[in-house]
Design a protein around this ligand. Structure first.
Ligand code: PLP
Length: 371
């Protein structure tokens, strides 16, 4: 049975460079807050990783706050800015943005049928509300790969004296991410999406902007995030961010061309829109994504139904619904996300199973899709 991993947007294996950096730390007793020599060596490792993050993201003057996950960094960004009078977040954000935003009665910014933020609607929202907005829009979507026009969004937000947070968790390692060029106030990245293993992520904050800490305690991370640092994971993040692959869309495009040629009724979401080069969201009308995933899994191929859900439950994608795709159709969506080790043979194996799934939907005996 093949063992093919096409779920790199969920997590991607640690890069040898990151594993080596981690191994250099594990086994040593090292708390960066300790004043003895071992502690200071750990402090040096963390500060070195901070420099590596700044250099890789062209963020020389940014504050880099290490957190345990992208989720934590997003929560810090959304809850930590007391200067913001209200929040507006795009309807297709990851739950780690949507859910904290809901706690603060955020306004949802609609997207068009390609999944791109409606800047006219954003402008209306900013005009209609008094005070300063904190706007959060992701750089690239985890389910469809669609890339947002962050520069235009920033111009709109700053024209209204607002603040802009950008979740770049999925973009990093797949397209260039330049903090200065993006011109955002805050940016989230996460180690395990770029081959650093789980356990470290970061929130970058523009110079001069101050956040309210969400975790209080020993004052680590300049008081922004208390808790002893995960030195090994942070070292791995610093190493991995300096070894990012150059992503290319050839294999993903081959896959999509083969599907479009074989099954004109299949839907490849946002195919003609700027997307991450490794991501494809494919809807097979007539077969629920759970069934497709089981068939792929039986063939040894790992794909997903969109965002990974910790409960393992598959629910209809809020991203596809926000794009106006009817629920019954959206329920047939799977996400394929390629990695730097993916080969054409992997794509061919995927296509073989996909075509079998497709042919089952063409037989009248196959149960109709649940609405
Ligand atoms: N933001 C996006 C766009 C994501 O895809 C994810 C994870 O899938 C996260 C945030 C959360 O990151 P983490 O898994 O590091 O908590």
């Amino acid at each position: 049975m093949a063992d093919i991993y096409l779920d790199h947007n969920a997590t991607t294996p640690a890069h040898p460079i990151a594993i080596a950096a981690m191994q250099g730390v594990l086994g040593k007793a090292a708390n960066p807050s300790s004043t003895h020599r071992a502690g200071q060596a750990a402090r040096h490792t963390v500060d070195n990783a901070r420099r590596q993050v700044r250099t890789a993201l062209n963020a020389e003057h940014a504050q880099v706050i290490f957190t345990a996950s992208g989720t934590e960094a997003n929560n810090l960004a959304l809850h930590g800015l007391p200067q913001a009078d209200y929040l507006a977040v795009s309807a297709i954000e990851h739950p780690s943005v949507i859910l904290p935003a809901q706690q603060r009665d955020a306004i949802l910014i609609p997207v068009n049928d390609q999944g791109i933020v409606d800047i006219t609607a954003l402008e209306r929202i900013l005009q209609a509300h008094e005070g300063k907005a904190l706007v959060s829009v992701m750089l690239a979507n985890n389910e469809t790969g669609v890339i947002q026009p962050i520069a235009e969004i920033a111009a709109c937000v700053y024209a209204h004296q607002g603040f802009l947070h950008c979740d770049a968790v999925q973009a990093l390692g797949k397209i260039p991410v330049d903090f200065t060029e993006l011109n955002v106030d805050m940016l989230t990245i996460s180690g395990h999406k770029i081959g650093a293993g789980q356990g470290a992520a970061a929130l970058l904050i523009k110079q001069g902007l101050h956040l309210r800490a969400q975790l209080l305690g020993g004052g680590q991370e300049s008081g922004y995030r208390a808790g002893t640092e995960n030195v090994a994971a942070i070292a791995a993040l610093g190493a991995a961010i300096n070894a990012l692959p150059t992503a290319d869309s050839t294999l993903r495009d081959n896959l999509e061309q083969a599907i479009a040629a074989y099954a004109p009724d299949a839907i490849i979401c946002s195919r003609d829109t700027a997307r991450l080069p490794n991501t494809s969201c494919i809807i097979l009308p007539g077969m629920p994504s759970e069934t497709q995933l089981i068939n792929f899994d039986l063939a040894g191929i790992a794909v997903s139904s969109g965002s990974a859900c910790s409960s393992g439950k598959v629910s209809t994608s809020h991203v596809l619904l926000a794009m106006g795709i009817p629920e019954a159709i959206a329920q047939g969506a799977i996400r394929v996300s390629l990695g730097s080790d993916t080969t054409q043979a992997d794509i061919d194996a995927f296509l073989e199973v996909w075509k079998k799934n497709y042919s089952k939907t063409q037989t009248s005996t196959y149960p109709a899709h649940a609405a």
